[in-house]
Design a protein around this ligand. Structure first.
Ligand SMILES: [Zn+2]
Length: 503
């Protein structure tokens, strides 16, 4: 273990001492009732993975981990003192305590097994650089099980990643049950796999599944931001309700990948009835103040040719059908605002929005490089950076070799590590609008959870450090020195990892 304790992400400050803390089993953990959820969960996490099944119960175990409320700390901050006689973790909130316990979980996962827990004595003081540290999983192109989603959320939280962006709908499958529109899941969740002939694949998450995952994530201080992609990437909606398209169909849940011409008809008021029902469902199931409304890759040729869309253009006083996208975005953002929610969308939502300006609170997720995020921050919008040009697209190969899994583009761990959501090119006021960043795993070429793990780890470790650690403390060479120890921890969590070159 080096003087930084091989922690990832690297804490703000670590001071190590020569002495060690030893305990044959997990020590007794004490803390006020405000931290009880974090304490119970920590014991559960270590029972599962470290064979410390007698946690805190053996009589010779006299050492303690003490959690202390310290309201002088920032919301997500913690301090951890490891002394020979015991550990003291201070935090101002359950979230801060959780982050501190996850750093401790890392240390325990990499300490010896046979002689119990052995930790170098140290003082750690830590807090995040950005409030939004995210990861997106595309559950439309591949339908991941609830068990897999939980496994990933737990592993994300080990790295202090605190946003799980759940991509629930796309051309290839609608995964969200909406009671007023039952065909969205009855028809829209199933696609015919032409590759395998006559085999339907798909599925959807039940309301119980969603509540279960939401509670699981919340207890780990991970916020789930649900996404329903509108008005493009909606073949699954159109297959279920063909009247919502410009041509009336027929449509099918797509088995092909790419951008489809058919999108929701901008001249049909029924699309807002649908959005009403969908947003009601999201508001009921997800506590997050954010709803991601997609907005990416809309083609406008159907709107150009559609009489209803032409009529809408006249009504709205717009000139080009592409401007109808921001007209729709503004309506959706207002509908969410009525429900106490804030809209966030892909950076296309800013395009052609001069006539129908997006509400200032609408946030932008910059994926086509960082230009969209920069433009949005100049207009006063909050921004999440997720540039596909800087390592944030985990469906791209880890390394530029044709035997690697993934799309024929590359996102290296080094790119991801060096991605700075609020780079030096920004003014202070622009940088103040940057919420953080995230990585996205699109699943067109990911056919199994195990493949997803290979694409996520260890790139997410690099991203976690890019979003948590102060800019001046970041050092990729040092990260590479710490990574092998950290990868052993991930191994103990049963995660498959990419092991090749990192840059
Ligand atoms: Zn139309």
């Amino acid at each position: 273990m080096n003087e930084k304790l091989d922690l990832i992400p690297l804490p703000v400050s670590v001071k190590t001492h020569d002495s060690v803390f030893r305990s044959p089993v997990l020590p007794v953990i004490e803390g006020g009732s405000v931290f009880q959820n974090e304490i119970d969960l920590f014991k559960e996490q270590l029972c599962l993975y470290t064979d410390q099944s007698g946690a805190g119960s053996r009589t010779e175990n006299s050492k303690k981990i003490t959690l202390v409320m310290d309201s002088s700390l920032a919301a997500e901050a913690y301090t951890l003192e490891i002394r020979p006689q015991g550990l003291i973790l201070k935090a101002a909130s359950p979230a801060g305590a959780y982050h501190g316990l996850q750093s401790l979980r890392e240390l325990i996962l990499s300490s010896g097994r046979d002689d119990g827990i052995v930790l170098p004595c140290a003082e750690i003081a830590d807090y995040p650089r950005f409030p939004w540290r995210g990861f997106m999983l595309d559950c439309s192109r591949y339908f991941y099980s609830t068990e897999f989603i939980k496994k990933i959320i737990d592993a994300l939280s080990l790295h202090h990643i605190n946003v799980f962006h759940w991509h629930l709908t796309d051309d290839q499958g609608w995964r969200l049950p909406v009671q007023k529109y039952p065909l969205l899941t009855e028809i829209g969740s199933k696609r015919l796999e032409y590759r395998y002939r006559d085999m339907y694949s798909g599925g959807f998450y039940s309301r119980e599944d969603i509540r279960d995952i939401a509670a699981y994530a919340a207890s780990r201080h991970v916020e789930i931001v649900p996404e329903v992609d509108l008005p493009g990437h909606t073949s699954s909606v159109l297959a279920a309700y063909p009247g919502l398209g410009c041509t009336g169909g027929p449509y099918r849940v797509e088995d092909r990948f790419g951008i489809c011409e058919d999108v929701l008809c901008a001249g049909n008021d029924g699309i807002f009835d649908l959005a009403d029902a969908v947003f009601d469902t999201l508001a009921e199931l997800f506590p997050s103040p954010w709803v991601h409304i997609g907005g990416d890759e809309v083609l406008f040729n159907r709107w150009d040719a559609c009489p209803k869309c032409r009529k809408r253009l006249e009504e709205t006083g717009l000139t080009h059908s592409r401007e109808l996208q921001s007209w729709i975005t503004v309506k959706l953002a207002r509908m969410l605002s009525e429900r106490g929610k804030t809209a966030i969308g892909w950076d296309e939502i800013l395009e052609d929005s001069e006539q129908y300006r997006l509400p200032e609170e609408t946030a932008v997720m910059s994926w086509r490089g960082r230009a969209g995020g920069l433009a949005a921050s100049r207009l006063g919008h909050r921004v999440v950076m997720s540039p596909n040009t800087e390592g944030c697209y985990f469906d791209y190969r880890n390394y530029g070799h044709h035997e690697e899994i993934g799309r024929d583009l590359v996102s290296t761990a080094a790119q991801c590590y060096n991605m700075d959501p609020a780079g030096p090119e920004m003014t202070d006021s622009e940088a103040s609008l940057i919420l953080g960043g995230q990585a996205n795993l699109w699943s067109e070429v990911i056919y199994a959870g195990k493949i997803a793990e290979y694409m996520i780890f260890p790139r997410i470790c690099a991203l976690a450090e890019a979003l948590w650690t102060p800019r001046d403390s970041k050092n990729f060479e040092d990260f590479k020195v710490r990574l092998p120890v950290h990868q052993k921890r991930l191994e103990r969590l049963g995660l498959l990892q990419y092991r090749g070159p990192l840059e």
